[in-house]
Unconditional design. Structure first.
Length: 367
């Protein structure tokens, strides 16, 4: 892990954040042909066509990728999807059906709780598809089929580019399932597939906001707590942003679905408390801003991650980080990037070991 490996970057985390466009390109390579996603090499089409329910099991950052996957698969492929924390999966009695499909997600392919979920499914005769970044890993060997993310080695403990690659796979899988099952308008599916081919450039444009995000981190790095808010597809992104912040900066960070504010969390809002809100879902912006007015009235400082075309709705926000115009369905791939950069600089300004946060390891080998 010498300086030469980091190149021009001070830490692996920042280097890997900047490697995301390339990770996206490698993960997409060969998967979209003439506007159609192709996973025929898996030889799993019969399972995909007959799946009655999908269960996604994952931990941490991978779980957040699965949350996005659930929403996208249900919308496009019209298949019911459950998502479980792999660490809790073995403790509930799943009502299995022979045509269920379990998808396990693990960057390392060695996460013990995710491996236990895989084995539980296989023990019950259920087909398992794994999404991982590491060929030859235990999960890759034990699953019936594997999709690799091709993110490349990730050295920093806090996952960034592997998460983006996992998101890409969830989108590709949803598009492929929808096409196989004829569950969504094929013209719109082709449009989404072609838009996916352009998300690397959108991530590149967000990386250009690094200096602005660094300045915001310098301004707020001494806070004790930060709350993250999001509706719809923005909610799992908010959860990932909160996780990145707490694991690198050691700041108390909590994510809530924006509509849940009134069900308790609003009591935590007081003068000067930062609230970071995601505004990327065009049809939900009015509802979200109604909640923002509630927290502003209680003295919160609001930082908005907002699409360019929605910024007029964010006039009441104290700070803004702008995202390029993007299909709301694909926004999570782009919206997470400023949160990663923000977490990096918050940790840096607090004097933390960014690449090796305390008490954490890259692959969790629990009981």
């Amino acid at each position: 892990m010498g300086e030469i490996e980091k190149g021009e970057f001070e830490h692996f985390m920042l280097k890997e954040i900047h490697e995301q466009p390339e990770a996206i390109r490698k993960t997409l390579a060969g998967r979209i042909k003439d506007g159609r996603v192709d996973f025929s090499d898996l030889e799993f089409d019969n399972v995909f066509k007959n799946t009655g329910k999908i269960i996604i099991a994952a931990c941490g950052t991978s779980y957040h990728a699965g949350m996005v996957g659930r929403l996208i698969i249900e919308k496009l492929a019209r298949i019911p999807v459950e998502i479980d924390l792999a660490s809790e999966f073995r403790y509930r009695e799943v009502l299995w059906n022979p045509n269920d499909l379990v998808i396990v997600i693990s960057q390392s392919g060695e996460t013990s709780d995710t491996l236990a979920a895989l084995r539980e499914a296989r023990h019950n005769g259920i087909k398992v598809l794994a999404i991982t970044n590491v060929p030859g890993s235990t999960i890759a060997q034990e699953a019936e089929r594997v999709i690799y993310t091709h993110a490349g080695p990730e050295i920093a403990i806090a996952s960034t580019k592997a998460y983006s690659a996992q998101l890409l796979i969830m989108y590709l899988l949803a598009l492929y399932l929808a096409s196989l099952r004829d569950s969504y308008n094929p013209v719109e599916l082709e449009g989404l597939a072609n838009e996916l081919l352009g998300v690397d450039a959108m991530v590149e444009s967000v990386l250009q906001e690094q200096q602005h995000i660094k300045e915001l981190a310098e301004k707020y790095h001494k806070v004790q707590s930060i709350f993250f808010l999001g509706r719809g597809l923005d909610y799992p992104v908010a959860m990932e942003g909160a996780l990145k912040l707490k694991e690198t900066s050691y700041i108390h960070a909590e994510a809530y679905a924006t509509g849940e504010l009134l069900h308790g969390p609003l009591a935590l809002i007081e003068q000067g408390v930062p609230v970071l809100t995601l505004i990327s879902q065009d049809k939900l912006v009015d509802k979200s801003m109604s909640n923002i007015k509630e927290i502003k009235a209680r003295g919160a400082v609001v930082l908005a991650i907002c699409k360019e075309n929605l910024q007029e709705h964010c006039q009441e926000c104290d700070e803004k980080i702008l995202l390029p115009r993007i299909n709301p369905m694909l926004a999570p791939i782009v919206a997470v990037v400023p949160l990663q950069i923000f977490a990096y600089y918050m940790a840096l300004f607090r004097g933390n070991d960014v690449d090796k946060p305390r008490n954490l390891v890259k692959s969790v080998m629990g009981d």
